[in-house]
Design a binder for this molecule. Structure first.
Ligand SMILES: N[C@@H](CCC(=O)N[C@@H](CS)C(=O)NCC(=O)O)C(=O)O
Length: 208
């Protein structure tokens, strides 16, 4: 049975990295749209699959996995013979990818979310922006990006010179900043800027 990928009609956040993983690993799937406006994610049927009543999740022939990054790890391991080496097997290489992925989840993403909430989502819904809150959030994110600027001065991607799962995770929400008119990812420093363009254009740059 073809793998089912459950997300909202607008694929955002963790759904994006699951979708990217499906594409990178060339995995056929059926997209099941959960109507969040109709609160389908809180129905007993959905809650039986995801006890927190959220998306994304996958159903792999009856085997359910939720939490985007756990889903991606499962898919990358299962289909390791047909896609790029996003989670290398070597002990040290893998540790560096997990280190960068943990930084994404524990440091980058929590700093990014308040910027998205105040600077992108509120304007999208026509709500007034609290500039002091946005400035504080941008300051926090900027401090994290200062460290990224140093790391990305040492290698092309976060865990070395190859694109890995850790880089893919940075696509969960960061591009929404640009779409919302916040240019912090491309104005911090040359290394972070180059990295963002490398992510955007990766498939073209890597083409033979
Ligand atoms: N850490 C989770 C986050 C899941 C999450 O927050 N999903 C949102 C949509 S992007 C959701 O389902 N929100 C509805 C809710 O929490 O009730 C993941 O990465 O899968």
């Amino acid at each position: 049975m073809v793998l089912k990928f459950y997300s909202g009609s607008l694929v955002v956040g963790g759904g994006v990295i699951v979708a990217l993983t499906l594409a990178e690993m060339k995995i056929p799937f059926e997209h099941v749209v959960v109507d969040m406006d109709a609160k389908e994610h809180k129905t007993p049927e959905h809650m039986a699959k995801h006890p927190f009543g959220q998306i994304p999740l996958i159903d792999d022939d009856g085997f359910i996995v939720y939490e985007s990054r756990a889903i991606c790890r499962y898919l990358i391991e299962k289909y390791s013979n047909q896609g790029p080496d996003l989670l290398p097997k070597g002990l040290k290489e893998r540790a560096l990818v997990e280190q960068a992925a943990a930084v994404e989840y524990a440091t980058f993403h929590p700093a990014l979310l308040p910027v998205l909430r105040e600077g992108v989502i509120k304007p999208y819904h026509g709500q007034p922006v609290d500039q002091a809150v946005l400035d504080e959030a941008l300051k926090e994110l900027s401090a994290k990006l200062d460290v990224y600027e140093v790391i990305l001065g040492e290698h092309k991607f976060l865990a070395g010179d190859e694109f890995t799962f850790a880089d893919l995770c940075h696509y969960a929400s960061a591009p929404m900043l640009t779409r919302g008119g916040i240019e912090i990812m491309t104005s911090k420093g040359p290394n972070v800027t180059r990295y963002v363009f490398r992510l955007h254009w990766r498939s073209f740059l890597d083409a033979p």
